[in-house]
Design a protein around this ligand. Structure first.
Ligand code: ADP
Ligand code: MG
Length: 536
């Protein structure tokens, strides 16, 4: 790989990314298409030149250079077109724009079919480069006219419209001419067409143009694009760009120096690069601390600290919310059995000699105490999940065991069982006890939804990265309103329910780094789809 191609490859990649991004945001908008076209010709230019530098054979390199030059010819034209659409006078300038495209085609013909545009190639230290021929200056004149035209019309237009624009619109409006103005400096790459040997660094202005456009899109919603980017993301992008710019500068300095001094050996190159890195490092740090100070008013460390604090706060808020829900639910759940016990104990002093009463007392109180005990046990399971004890287990065996525990209920409620196991699914790394709890809760819910009979299907499937288990019932289903709450602790639609089953299931599946999805239709049935990754 010829290292002189690298900056071109990077710039080509950046410019096509931005173009595709803008184009994809609104494919119907004409302005986005022309913006994409402008980016596409930039891409052709940068990529083809980068490729041509890879070749020592002139006949291959020259084809790539010609393809690249075709892109170059259309740059100013699509730039003009884009600017005119953006400022809203494309219709008025229609003839000029069409004429520019036609002239562009004419120069492309000259380029490919004659020697008037380019004749021969210079061999520079970074690769071959087209040699300007007799009509090339005419093209440069044409190019200059387009550039002058772009800025003159933009300037006049913006001055004239200024009174009618809000300050926000005004800032927005300036961005495209500004970005194009910076971009125009890429024209330095025409100089090498006339035999002056210095590394063509026009790509820097393309990158600057991309930076300005991206900034305007993020900050001012240019081209009606709305994206939310976190401050930290902007920060990392800026730091990356500064670093890239830093290496590019070192690189250019080195190649200029090399052109000037004329050494060729690798040790020399490396030492000079090292020297420039040393010289420019303070400059880079300076720019970076400038960015820190003025864009963020804090340093990187403070920023990371802030992020961590925000995350901790969020976690704390979540925990508080969960504790609140738990406490409220628990109070509610325990209150009912307690009321029962209380009523009975009130009668105890006068009725403890009545054997009937004592028998009833014993029965009811122990039942209510059991209820409380159940709730507390489930709550403990929920709030203090036991650590996972993963072991390679046969998931079908676990499902079958759980089903046989519940076989009485299936008979009682006339529920038909359908099993559809994937035999290639031999073993999954899971905690068998906890997964049994998952299936038990799922099946209990299914039974409770099918008290009038129905079908319960359990299917498994081995996918490339995970095991999929689907539990489907033909019960009463879940209404849309309930659907989003079924995993909330204490959310229940049943008179005697605790509302903890689903949240326990959710916790266990999450511990296994799996997922659980639910699909349900009222009066049709419910499906739960569990996915367990193989490499937990
Ligand atoms: P509980 O079963 O004690 O109500 P869960 O957490 O197990 O608590 O379930 C929460 C709610 O989700 C249930 O009250 C019910 O409304 C709904 N639900 C769960 N599974 C099913 C199902 N298979 N069919 C219908 N509704 C279900
Ligand atoms: Mg339940």
């Amino acid at each position: 790989m010829n290292i002189y191609s690298i900056p071109y490859f990077i710039a080509a990649f950046l410019v096509i990314s931005l173009s595709i991004f803008v184009f994809a945001k609104d494919r119907a908008a004409f302005i986005n298409k022309i913006f994409g076209l402008f980016g596409f010709f930039n891409f052709i230019w940068l990529l083809s030149y980068a490729i041509s530098y890879q070749f020592k054979e002139i006949d291959i390199a020259s084809v790539w250079l010609k393809i690249g030059y075709t892109g170059v010819i259309f740059l100013a034209i699509t730039g003009l077109h884009f600017n005119a659409i953006f400022l809203g006078f494309a219709n008025k300038q229609k003839k000029i724009i069409i004429a520019a495209y036609l002239l562009g085609c004419f120069f492309v013909l000259l380029l490919w079919d004659t020697n008037y545009f380019i004749q021969g190639y210079y061999k520079y230290y970074w690769g071959y480069y087209p040699k300007a021929s007799s009509l090339h200056p005419i093209y440069l004149l044409f190019f200059t006219c387009l550039v002058v035209w772009i800025f003159l019309t933009s300037y006049i237009f913006i001055q004239k419209e200024r009174k009618n624009l809000s300050s926000n619109q005004y800032t927005k409006m300036k961005y495209i001419p500004l970005a194009l103005f910076v971009y125009t400096f890429a024209a330095v790459d025409f100089i090498q067409n006339y035999g002056v040997e210095f590394y063509p660094f026009g790509f820097i202005f393309v990158i600057l143009y991309i930076a300005i456009m991206s900034y305007a899109i993020v900050r001012h919603h240019l081209l009606d694009i709305n994206i939310a980017i976190k401050k930290t993301a902007v920060y990392s992008i800026l730091v990356t760009m500064i670093t890239i710019a830093y290496f590019v500068i070192v690189y250019i300095m080195e190649s200029l120096f090399r052109g000037f001094v004329g050494y060729k050996s690798v040790p020399w190159t490396l030492s000079v690069i090292a020297l420039f890195i040393l010289i420019f490092q303070p400059l880079k740090n300076l720019i970076q601390s400038f960015v820190d100070k003025y864009f963020f008013k804090t340093s990187q460390a403070v920023l990371a600290d802030e992020l961590q604090k925000a995350q901790e706060e969020l976690k704390r808020a979540e925990r508080l919310k969960a504790v609140g829900t738990l406490a409220a639910g628990m109070a509610h759940e325990i209150k009912n059995p307690l009321t029962g016990i209380k009523t009975f104990t009130e009668y105890l002093p006068e009725k403890y000699t009545d054997p009937k009463f004592v028998e009833k007392f014993h029965k009811i109180v122990s039942m209510e105490v059991n209820k409380i005990n159940d709730i507390v046990q489930q709550l403990l399971d929920f709030s203090k999940p036991k650590p996972l004890k993963l072991q390679e287990s046969n998931i079908h065996k676990i499902i079958n065991q759980t089903l046989s525990l519940l076989s009485n209920s299936f008979i009682k409620y006339k529920i038909k069982l359908i099993r559809n196991y994937d035999s290639s699914l031999s073993s999954v790394s899971i905690d068998p006890n906890q997964m049994q709890q998952v299936f038990c809760n799922l099946f209990l819910n299914a039974i409770e939804a099918m008290k009038g009979g129905g079908k319960l299907s359990v299917a498994t499937k081995a996918m490339p990265d995970y095991a999929e288990i689907t539990v489907n019932d033909t019960g009463k289903g879940i209404s849309e309103k309930d659907l989003e709450h079924i995993f909330d602790p204490f959310y229940t639609t049943k008179e005697t329910g605790t509302g903890l089953g689903m949240s326990i299931i959710y916790g266990i599946i999450k511990e296994h780094r799996g997922t659980i999805e639910v699909e349900s239709k009222e009066n049709k049935g419910t499906s739960f789809i569990i996915k367990l990754p193989f490499n937990t």
